[in-house]
Write a protein that binds this ligand. Structure first.
Ligand code: DX5
Ligand code: ZN
Length: 217
């Protein structure tokens, strides 16, 4: 199988949003994707970004925007995020009345579709969707807030996905509590897309922090 390249994906939630253009300038050219956490105050206890914000971001960057929908009705709202320029959309399967239909609708528009899995949801529960998705987002914290501690047991889900993947092409994304150590362990275990918020924007150079995830032990 072709080894997928590792993508470090900065999470917009941890950027200085009052100076979004300056924050975007801190992101090195090697970064291809940005992660946008969409929270509705209903599925999770926090409210963040909507389509209007995404549209502004779309104008401010050429990087791909990975919209992570933590909302109760993705069937209704996913198209708004696509209209505003999302390149990838993930949603939590339990929030959709017809997950497969939504995956197909997303892909039909040329947008990559992913399923996001909370730490307490068995990965086996999405087995039937795996041939259809472009990526699986494994949550390594409970969704809602940046800056939480990495849940180590989630790494076992990577083993399962790698076993099941065979000729399927989905990427494995991990999200929550990623720093140099947990990021490194996730990569070694087989995750390919690594979302990181607080760690990357904790100060100092974002490039250096990315390198610490990629190259430090
Ligand atoms: C949590 C979000 C994460 C979060 C990551 O609900 O889905 O994407 O922004 O932030 P850190 O890296 O600080 O855990
Ligand atoms: Zn996220």
């Amino acid at each position: 199988m072709i080894k997928k390249r590792i993508e470090i994906i900065p999470s917009v939630l941890s950027m200085d949003l009052a100076c979004i253009k300056e924050s975007l300038k801190m992101i090195p050219n090697s970064v291809n994707m940005l992660h946008l956490d969409v929270m509705d105050g209903h599925y999770v206890n926090n409210i963040t970004f909507g389509p209007v914000f995404l549209r502004s971001m779309r104008r401010a960057t050429r990087k791909k925007i990975d919209a992570h929908l933590m909302i109760t009705n993705p069937d209704k709202y996913a198209s708004d995020f696509m209209d505003c320029g999302a390149d990838l959309i993930s949603f939590h399967p339990e929030t959709s009345s017809k997950p497969l239909k939504l995956i197909q609708q997303i892909k039909k528009r040329g947008v990559k579709a992913g399923l996001a899995l909370n730490p307490d949801i068995p990965v086996k529960s999405i087995l039937k969707y795996l041939p259809h998705v472009d990526y699986v987002l494994l949550m390594s914290v409970f969704p809602g807030f940046a800056g939480q501690e990495f849940i180590e047991s989630v790494l076992e889900k990577i083993d399962y996905l790698k076993r099941e993947r065979g000729r399927m092409k989905f990427a494995i994304e991990i999200d929550g509590g990623i720093n140099n150590l947990t990021g490194r362990r996730s990569i070694e275990r087989g995750a390919e897309w690594i979302v990181s918020g607080s760690y990357l924007f904790r100060g100092g150079s974002v490039q250096k922090n990315i390198e610490r995830i990629l190259y430090d032990a």
